[in-house]
Design a protein around this ligand. Structure first.
Ligand code: AMP
Ligand code: ZN
Ligand code: FE
Ligand code: FE
Length: 281
């Protein structure tokens, strides 16, 4: 079983990288991709924990914003973690998440909801990429809501009056950066319309031209119709089709391996990186 999209407590997941690798081994996964939001800080620990037959594809889920203000998530897999411009891009995004959280908190406060940046810092693991799930955890701690999910449904979703975007590269810029760092780019859950405004079918050709390698088709936030529309786009543009869990530990219902990528699609994706970068024990 090949799962190409997972999170740890280096961003907004709840398992440590070591716990995630152990879980993937226990569940018999053959390939696990580590894709924390805008960071590669979990790579080293995941690699140290690796053993047995599991292969590790190191990566990141890069937050992007189109010129029209649509939020897009780009999975970068198998890129060189020492690529300095890539690390600079990720760092800029992480930095931009701080003023953005402050704005969200200010809006919540203006709406009469009690929460401070200190509350958020106290629930966020040290060094983790700051995200709305940490604001959600602080709201749970303050008794405003009872779960992350309720926090998103009631207050933190993309169409909420409390929503604020953060600084991020365009999808084309993220793709170019991933490719120049030797990796492959797969657009994550592109038709997950519950999350807010999404791309339309015509938007994929410019991404293909920018170097996009694949589309995450099988994801729990896509309906069957959305999956078949995306598979059609992938076939038309000759892009790899992936499936993945977007596992976040106990932070979300998604279970490891609940969606997966077919071996042939994975082999093609891996062959499009500039060299063999998959890690084996
Ligand atoms: P951010 O990166 O700060 O924009 O926050 C987006 C993250 O929130 C994504 O990684 C989602 O997995 C997570 N998220 C979105 N909706 C929910 C939800 N209903 N419950 C838990 N996490 C969610
Ligand atoms: Zn997340
Ligand atoms: Fe995502
Ligand atoms: Fe994700």
């Amino acid at each position: 079983m090949i799962d190409l999209h997972t999170h740890t407590n280096c961003s907004d997941g709840t398992d440590s990288p070591a716990q995630l690798v152990n879980k993937a081994i226990a569940e018999g996964l053959t390939v696990l991709a580590l894709t924390d939001h805008d960071t590669t800080s979990g790579w080293e620990s995941a690699q140290k924990t690796l053993r047995g037959d599991l292969s590790l594809a190191l990566g990141a889920e890069i937050s992007c914003l189109t010129n029209d203000g649509i939020s897009v998530h780009m999975l970068g897999l198998l890129f060189d973690g020492a690529h300095s411009q890539m690390q600079e891009m990720l760092e800029n995004t992480r930095d931009g998440r701080i003023p953005r959280a402050l704005k969200i908190i200010e809006l919540l406060n203006a709406g009469g909801i009690k929460i401070s940046i200190e509350d958020v810092e106290s629930v966020k693991p040290a060094g983790a990429t700051l995200g709305r799930p940490h604001i959600a955890d602080a709201l749970v701690k303050n008794g405003v809501v009872s779960s992350r999910d309720e926090a998103f449904t009631d207050l933190l979703h993309n169409n909420s009056p409390y929503y604020v975007a953060h600084l991020a590269p365009t999808p084309e810029d993220a793709i170019s950066m991933i490719r120049s760092a030797g990796g492959v780019a797969v657009i994550a859950h592109p038709f997950a319309s519950l999350r807010g405004k999404v791309l339309s079918a015509a938007d994929f050709l410019p991404l293909k031209i920018a170097g996009l390698n694949g589309i995450e088709v099988n994801h729990r936030d896509h309906s069957n119709d959305e999956r078949s529309a995306l598979a059609d786009i992938a076939r038309e543009l000759d892009l790899v089709i992936t499936g993945a869990s977007d596992y976040h530990g106990t932070g979300k219902l998604n279970s490891l391996g609940e969606n997966h990528t077919h071996q042939g699609q994975w082999e093609r994706l891996e062959s499009e990186a500039d060299k063999r970068r998959v890690i084996r024990a």
